[in-house]
Design a protein around this ligand. Structure first.
Ligand SMILES: CC(C)(COP(=O)(O)OP(=O)(O)OC[C@H]1O[C@@H](n2cnc3c(N)ncnc32)[C@H](O)[C@@H]1OP(=O)(O)O)[C@@H](O)C(=O)NCCC(=O)NCCS
Length: 192
């Protein structure tokens, strides 16, 4: 590995299969969430690929949630190549793309906060994230019992960019929600 050439590039359609294999293999070990073939193929342009000597070694995706925030998703490095700086290289590529797009903030839900801390993220509470980021959570089997840790990283902002619906800090006046927000004490009021 010491002399191996590591490259990071945008995904191509041929990468869908190794992405699915790696992510779902790691998901079986309960270290990340699984993805369906359709969700990978439809979002293929979100993905970046790391290669070691030209062979697939890892992936990560940047999913734009709103004009002021994007998610680092499905970040995975093959177990044979972990702890050699590849995860950091993938995050660097996602950060560079987010900055180029003018996205001012990234978030991630993770079981490895130590890694995300090393690459510039800070731990936050789920409640501090805007409503919009939980849309995808509704499709997650762990929606009512989320045990992932929320992390965020502020990015360099292009002062010329005017985000849709107000400033990046106060996007729009939707109520905050948390995983499990549908479980109100005493059940839902009549008519809900
Ligand atoms: C988490 C993961 C992507 C990290 O990739 P990686 O290539 O092994 O990480 P890197 O070698 O780039 O590590 C960057 C830094 O984070 C640290 N780090 C990496 N994994 C860590 C861990 N599990 N615990 C603590 N620190 C960790 C490294 O020591 C390194 O520290 P340094 O800044 O002192 O050099 C990879 O281990 C992985 O695929 N894990 C399984 C899937 C997963 O948990 N994905 C995250 C989903 S959100």
């Amino acid at each position: 590995m010491a002399d191996a050439a590591v490259t990071v590039r945008p995904a191509r359609v041929a990468d869908a299969e190794p992405i699915l294999q790696l992510v779902n293999e790691l998901a079986i070990r309960q270290v990340m969430l699984p993805r369906s073939p359709a969700s990978v193929v439809e979002r293929l342009r979100d993905f970046w690929i790391a290669e070691v000597d030209g062979a697939f070694a890892g992936c990560g995706a940047l999913a734009i949630t709103w004009t002021d925030i994007a998610e680092v998703r499905s970040l995975a490095v093959h177990p044979d190549h972990q702890r050699h700086g590849i995860g950091r290289r993938l995050v660097d590529a996602l950060v560079a793309e987010a900055e180029q797009l003018g996205v001012p903030k990234l978030f991630a839900f993770t079981y490895v906060p130590e890694f995300f801390t090393r690459v510039g993220f800070a731990r936050t509470e789920h409640e501090q994230l805007p409503h919009k980021v939980f849309n995808d959570c509704m499709h997650c089997p762990k929606f009512l019992a989320c045990d992932e840790i929320a992390m965020t990283r502020e990015l360099a902002q292009d002062p010329g960019i005017s985000p849709l619906f107000g400033t990046p800090q106060r996007s729009f006046p939707l109520p905050r929600c948390t995983p499990g927000f549908g479980q109100r004490e005493g059940g839902l009021p009549a008519g809900d």
